[in-house]
Ligand binder design. Structure first.
Ligand code: AMP
Length: 621
């Protein structure tokens, strides 16, 4: 693998030929496909004129799954084979899925790396399920565009880690799509509003969907977007507003316990009522329970009151994201609304009040991400107009580092670096004659490897034997435009090299990321102490090995007394080596270092004499 080559997808098109490319919003609840036609981005509808494809796949024993609306229609009868919200499982291990989402109606299989699902059509991975959705969108696009498409830009949440991004790419490949680029959802929304053509500045993307809330802070400068911070709540969305209305209805009507079916009917009615209240001052909520149709009149203000705290929670997350980016609210130049739940007027009003200016709302909040992806896809496919050639940047959420002696982490790419990025650092060998080097790639903010997440390991073999510290091993970390990491190690003198594409076996969510960051802030002092201790322990080990080797080789240069004294000092370092007091280890090392100064000088003199033996003065330069 070549080092430091970052290829920009999309080549120049042949003259007069437009290359068709699509943008796909692969959403948790719904997915969309959009394309630029006659210079205008638009979402593409199915044969029945529907633009939203429910992200649902129902597997059947005949091998032909139902996708989208057809799958949802059968969900209640066949929950175990109807996979919904599969995005939550992408790149995740079974343990993560169970911890995050609790009881689900699927028969999960604990596969190596990513969880899988047992269905009547066999075992399916989340990648295969997503591929069914993507293939349906591809067929829709080819049908309405009347030609093959050269590729797609697929959007992912800004906080998606390597494993989740890789899983999304794999799903696209399986669906027969060439991925031009994975694009962060908030960035796509900003592009849809043409913010990239506007003046420079900071923007907030407020995305309240059915089940999740995401807030992202973007900076546009010199036509380049950079994600400065992301935040949100993976368990807060329009569904919670429905649940509040349902609770309100139950209290008002004093119905007591409902059956599961009645409860489901109530939630559907609550959702409809909530959506109507976005355009009407009041509405009626009707559902079947206790053998009859129950009806309740609801005023918009009641919805507002019942959900005030939910809206506040979104603003708390927004405040935190601003703090993370080191910004104050009045520095934000504009706010973009994404997600169906941002149609609620009280949500819009709260966002306007918080940011001190009305948000951008001209585009359909359900379509804005797909539209932005389509614009980007059109550019990457090579259909650029002069002046369109900007590059998009995102950031990596957690630092990427390498394990060094003593289980310490050396950060190579710091958190929040914009991607694509490539950084290299030189390392050396620890022991004389060392011919192999283990590279352990880790992710996280903490100082010790044991507190970070292990991403990959590989070995560099064939280093020519040299004295410790003489080899020069250049380790290069490269994160491509999709946020995927590859690591290469090269011994600079011999040219031997080894590399790895990092495909971590399980994912990290936004909550994990915030937890890891919080841990690192809270543990900063303790980490520094731990680092100091490990450094002294490594130095002690090195000194003991070097002094022992010198005594074996050159004891003759010392008197018995001198040799005894050095052995005593050496013994002291050996004793202290495993102590938990880094000052004590350092004192012992310093004492040994001082005690061996004279010995080192004599060894040096002798080597120089040997090297110069037999040479004339004028031969020595
Ligand atoms: P999304 O995940 O972006 O498709 O958003 C779905 C959420 O948006 C669901 O909770 C819907 O009930 C909600 N939603 C869609 N339309 C409206 C509307 N007109 N008013 C309020 N909420 C809506």
């Amino acid at each position: 693998m070549a080092l430091l080559q970052i290829s920009e997808p999309g080549m120049a098109p042949a003259p007069h030929q437009r290359r068709l490319a699509v943008g796909i919003d692969l959403g948790t609840t719904n997915s969309l496909v959009a394309a630029v036609r006659s210079s205008v981005p638009e979402v593409l509808a199915d044969e029945e004129g529907r633009v939203l494809l429910p992200s649902a796949v129902r597997y059947r024993s005949n091998g032909y799954p139902n996708i989208g609306h057809a799958a949802l229609a059968e969900r209640a009868n066949d929950p175990a084979n109807t996979v919904v919200s599969v995005k939550r499982f992408m790149g995740r291990a079974l343990a993560d899925v169970q911890r995050l989402y609790g009881e689900l109606p699927y028969d999960f299989v604990d596969a190596d790396g990513m969880v899988q699902l047992r269905t009547v059509a066999g075992i399916k991975s989340p990648v295969e399920v997503s591929a069914e959705i993507l293939a349906t969108l591809r067929q829709r696009a080819e049908g309405s565009l009347g030609d093959d498409i050269v590729g797609a830009v697929i959007t992912v949440p800004a906080y998606f880690d390597d494993a989740q991004r890789q899983a999304t790419k794999d799903a696209a490949r399986l669906a027969g799509l060439t991925v031009l680029r994975l694009l962060n959802e908030p960035t796509a929304a900003a592009i849809a509003y043409g913010l990239d053509n506007g003046s420079e500045g900071l923007y907030a993307i407020y995305d309240l969907g059915g089940g999740t809330f995401d807030i992202s802070i973007l900076r546009l400068s010199k036509g380049v977007f950079e994600v400065l911070a992301t935040g949100g709540d993976t368990a807060l969305g329009g569904d919670d507003f429905d649940a509040r209305l349902a609770t309100l209805a139950l209290e008002r009507l004093q119905l007591g316990e409902l059956t599961e079916q009645e409860q489901a009917g109530l939630l559907t009615a609550a959702r409809e009522a909530k959506e109507q209240l976005s355009t009407q001052e009041h509405t009626s909520l009707s559902f079947n329970a206790k053998g009859k149709l129950q009806t309740l009149e609801i005023h918009r203000l009641e919805l507002v009151k019942a959900t005030e705290d939910l809206v506040k929670r979104t603003l708390t997350a927004a405040r935190k994201a601003l703090r993370d980016a080191g910004l104050s609210v009045d520095e934000i130049k504009g706010t973009v609304l994404v997600g169906g739940a941002t149609r609620m007027p009280h949500v819009r009003a709260a966002v306007a009040e918080f940011f001190g200016k009305p948000p951008l709302i001209n585009l359909d909040p359900d379509q804005v991400v797909a539209l932005g992806a389509a614009i980007q896809a059109n550019l990457l496919a090579g259909n650029r107009n002069p002046g369109d050639d900007w590059l998009l940047l995102d950031v990596i959420p957690l630092s990427l580092g390498v394990e060094t002696m003593g289980g310490l982490v050396e950060k190579i790419i710091p958190r929040n670096s914009t991607i694509p990025v490539a950084r290299a650092q030189e390392f050396t060998t620890f022991k004389d004659g060392q011919t192999a080097l283990a590279v352990h790639v880790v992710q996280g903010e903490r100082e010790l490897v044991s507190d970070c997440r292990s991403l990959a390991r590989f070995e560099l073999h064939g280093i020519p034997p040299m004295v410790a510290g003489a080899a020069r091993i250049r380790v290069t970390y490269q994160v491509d435009a999709d946020g995927l990491l590859s690591v290469a190690a090269r011994e600079m003198i011999s040219g031997v090299e080894a590399s790895i594409m990092v495909k971590p076996s399980y994912g990290l969510g936004d909550n994990d990321i915030s937890r890891m960051l919080q841990d690192s802030f809270q543990s900063a002092e303790q980490d520094m102490k731990a680092r100091a201790l490990r450094e002294q322990q490594v130095e002690a080990k090195r000194m003991v090995e070097a002094t022992t080797a010198a005594l074996v080789a050159d004891k003759a240069l010392l008197s018995a007394d001198e040799s005894n004294r050095i052995e005593c000092l050496l013994h002291e370092v050996e004793q202290k080596k495993e102590s938990t007091d880094h000052h004590a280890i350092k004192d012992a090392i310093d004492a040994l270092s001082r005690g061996t100064e004279e010995f080192a000088a004599r060894r040096m003199d002798r080597s120089v004499r040997q090297a110069l033996k037999g040479k004339k003065l004028d031969e020595i330069t």
